[in-house]
Write a protein that binds this ligand. Sequence first.
Ligand code: SAH
Ligand code: MG
Length: 207
Amino acid sequence: MSRRDELLALAAATKGFMPTDEGRALYDIGRAQVRGGTWLEVGAWCGKSAVFLGAAAQERDCVLFSLDHHHGSLENQRGWEHFDEELVDPVDGRLNTLPHWQRTVAAARLEDVVMGLVGPSVVVAQHFDQPLDLLFIDGGHASEVAWADYRAWTPKVTTGGSLLIHDVFADPADGGRPPYEIYLAALASGEFRERAHHGSLRWLQRG
Ligand code: SAH
Ligand code: MG
C-alpha cells in the first residue's frame, strides 16, 4: 500500500466527525497549497482531520498545528448527542481525547508534521503570531465559540492563504448555523473569495 493510501485508510478508520469524502477533499486542498507553509486546525478531537490534512502537509513540507483543549464541545458531553463513553478519563470523569489524538498521530507516523497545541483556542491565538498559510476551523459550534475562533484566528491567514470551514449548512434543518454565519462573514469582509466546496466543507482564499 502506498504511503498516501495508508494515511487515507487510517484517517477514515479514526473516530471523529469528518465524513471520508470531505476528508479526502481536505487532503486534496492541502496538496494544492504552497510548499513549506504553516497550517493550523481548530478542533482536533481524536486526530481524524489531522491525518487527512497531515498527509497533505507531509507531501508539501508543511507543518500542521492541531489545536484543542481536548475536553470536547458542549454536544460531546454526557447526556448530549455526540457523547462517547470510551473517551472519558476514569481518573477525573472528564472527556479527554488527547491520548487518542496522540495515538492516531503516532500510528500515522506524522509526529514531525502534526503538532498538538493543547488549550483554549482564543488564549492560544492571543499568543500565536505565526502567519497561517492554511487555517481550518472545526472547533465548537456554539455561536460565541465559533465567532471567537473566527475573530481570533482568521486575521492570521496570509494573502493567498486558505481558510477552510467545516459544518457549513445553509439550511438550519441540516445543522447549526454558526459555521455558516462565519463563512458568510468571511465573504462579506471582502478579504476572502470562495474557491470550492465539498459537502459541508468550504474552501476560501484570501486576496
Ligand atoms: N476535526 C475533528 C473534529 C473536531 S470536533 C475531526 O476531524 O474529527 C470539535 C473539537 O473542538 C472538540 O474536540 C472540542 O474539544 C474542541 N473545542 C471546542 N471548543 C474549543 C475551544 N474553545 N478551544 C479549544 N478546543 C475547543
Ligand atoms: Mg466538523
